[in-house]
Design a protein around this ligand. Structure first.
Ligand SMILES: [Zn+2]
Length: 554
């Protein structure tokens, strides 16, 4: 017996407006994620009233949908490649599969979830969306919907208990532009372990080979990100209580969502100058925000012939408690230890818009090391939602809740794990210059200055930023628009320069700690890498969509 199942998915996105909506309230409340698991929902064959194919673990524990193979293949369809033609977009999806590939043996770690919901950004993060959809075609459902049927499960002391979700899960049904969620939370790991008793491997196939999971592009409404769908057959013929084997699946990405699906990269570059007479042998950075190796790196090569360029560069993961961290190491300078008289340049470009440096350790030839004040700058946004309930409606009337909220936007300057003296904030609009990681340096800044394009922020006084703290430069919004914590701490500067939010901006700030001076360079607001829905693609997808409708009606 063969049956069809479908999984309507994901992530309804908020429209591009900056005014908060109910969805924003939900996510705002979800920011403080707990350190315990809150449950998962599963696909079942139970179509009885109220069950809606959510598994009743207590009474029908085997009524699930799983693959009965350990190597699951996937393939990019022409409809995906046409719209998402940038090769880095395919790579993001491979990395999404990697997150599930390592799920079985993955240590839970201290962090419940790696969900980040900063302010709105003009992109739906493709890797986060893919991690969610892959979860669907492995047998997982939305925890909120499961909870509404008392079928969202978490392991309790005496077996599973129904439990409401609290947000932050990869499988939650709302996902916002600008957010990131690349790692299964404790809940998805629980669900995965319930469904699978052995490691799963995901393998890409190409050409004429058939695949278990097809990755496609499709057309849908502006607020829908993607769709995961699977087909299966009963494990035991005519016995729905034993669930199904999944035999094939499709994951489709909307090519005309608003904003588009893709990702935003950000580049930071630093020049380090030791003032204590200490040469440098190596540099080690811990960055957080993404769990894959940087898209590119700068290794003190200068224009390519620097005799002190680092010959060795490596990246590695941050460990079970830091699943969104990457550790980078530069070592083995070509002509031996780099003298203190030289400025040393290293830089990174990573695949999220809000990554930053947790720590920067400089290794010296005498075996000692010092922590460096390598600052990070990244775009920042805050939605403030009034928690005041609407006033009672006047008699006989009905009042709409007045929106008392505003958003503020700008960028953060983040200190690593060392208290840093920061001074000299400057920036320039560089949208027309096509700058990249290797251009983020003093020479470019001097060039911009000579052209009269560099703006020095005179209102920015030299200041100390405590270890692991930040300072916010507000480009749009007034003090009343800022979150209370920020106002209380006073670590912000309002510039009222909303024009900078829609331009690529070169930002420079100087920092000092442990007898070293650092020039910090950032390129903010780089255009996201997204789908390119050209007319030919849309026409092709339109035809594909019709074919799909016909098949569903069979
Ligand atoms: Zn979904």
């Amino acid at each position: 017996m063969s049956t069809n199942r479908y999984s309507r998915s994901v992530a309804r996105v908020r429209p591009v407006f900056k005014m908060p909506t109910i969805a924003a309230v939900v996510l705002f409340c979800a920011v403080g994620a707990p350190s315990v698991a809150w449950g998962f929902g599963l696909w079942s064959t139970d179509t009885t009233s109220g069950a809606d194919r959510f598994t009743d673990i207590l009474n029908r524990p085997d009524d699930t949908a799983t693959w009965n193979k350990t190597t699951i293949t996937y393939k990019f369809d022409g409809t995906f490649n046409l719209a998402f033609e940038h090769p880095d977009l395919q790579q993001q999806i491979r990395w999404a599969f990697s997150s599930w590939d390592r799920a079985f043996g993955r240590s839970y770690g201290q962090t419940y979830s790696y969900n980040r919901t900063p302010g709105w950004q003009p992109v739906g993060d493709i890797r986060s969306i893919a991690v969610h959809e892959i979860g669907h075609v492995l047998g997982l459902r939305h925890p909120e919907a499961a909870a509404s049927r008392d079928r969202n499960w978490r392991p309790g002391e005496d077996g599973y208990v129904a439990s409401p979700p609290i947000g932050g899960e990869v499988m939650q049904h709302i996902f916002l532009p600008g957010s990131t969620n690349h790692e299964p939370s404790h809940d998805e790991l629980d669900g995965f372990h319930y469904l699978y008793s052995q490691d799963l491997n995901f393998q890409e196939v190409t050409g004429f080979d058939t695949a278990d999971i097809l990755i496609k592009g499709y057309l849908a409404g502006a607020q829908e990100w993607a769709w995961g769908e699977w087909w299966g057959e009963n494990r035991v013929a005519n016995d729905n209580s034993q669930g199904q084997h999944i035999t094939s699946a499709e994951i489709k990405f909307n090519v005309q969502s608003t904003p588009f699906i893709g990702y935003t990269a950000m580049a930071l570059n630093w020049d380090y100058k030791n003032n204590a007479g200490k040469p440098t042998r190596s540099i080690r950075l811990d960055t957080t925000g993404t769990n894959v190796a940087p898209l590119s790196h700068h290794s003190n090569q200068g224009s390519g012939n620097n005799p002190h360029r680092f010959l060795h560069y490596s990246s590695s993961g941050g460990g079970p408690d830091f699943k969104d961290d990457v550790i980078l190491e530069w070592s083995d300078p070509m002509s031996g230890d780099i003298p203190d008289t030289e400025r040393i340049h290293v830089g990174l470009k990573e695949d999220v818009h809000d990554w930053y440096v947790r720590s920067a350790e400089i290794g010296h030839p005498d075996g000692t090391s010092t922590m460096a004040a390598m600052m990070s700058m990244h775009v920042w946004g805050e939605r403030i939602t009034s928690e005041t309930p609407p006033p009672d409606p006047p008699e006989g009337g009905l009042r709409q809740q007045e929106d008392t909220s505003n958003s503020a936007s700008g960028f953060r300057i983040v200190a690593p794990n060392v208290t840093s003296m920061v001074s000299q904030l400057s920036f320039a609009i560089v949208t027309d210059l096509n700058l990249d990681l290797d251009d983020l340096n003093r020479e470019t800044m001097e060039m911009l200055d000579a052209l009269g394009r560099l703006e020095h922020v005179t209102a920015f006084d030299p200041m100390q930023i405590e270890a692991n703290e930040d300072f916010v430069v507000v480009l749009e919004g007034t003090q009343g628009d800022l979150p209370p914590e920020l106002i209380q701490q006073g670590n912000y500067l309002i510039l009222n320069r909303p024009d900078l939010l829609i331009e690529e901006v070169f930002v420079y700030v100087q920092s000092e700690a442990n007898q070293a001076t650092i020039g910090n360079y950032a390129l903010l607001n780089e255009s996201p890498i997204t789908a390119i829905p050209e007319p030919a693609t849309l026409a092709l997808l339109g035809i594909g969509g019709l074919a799909m409708l016909r098949r569903r009606r069979k």
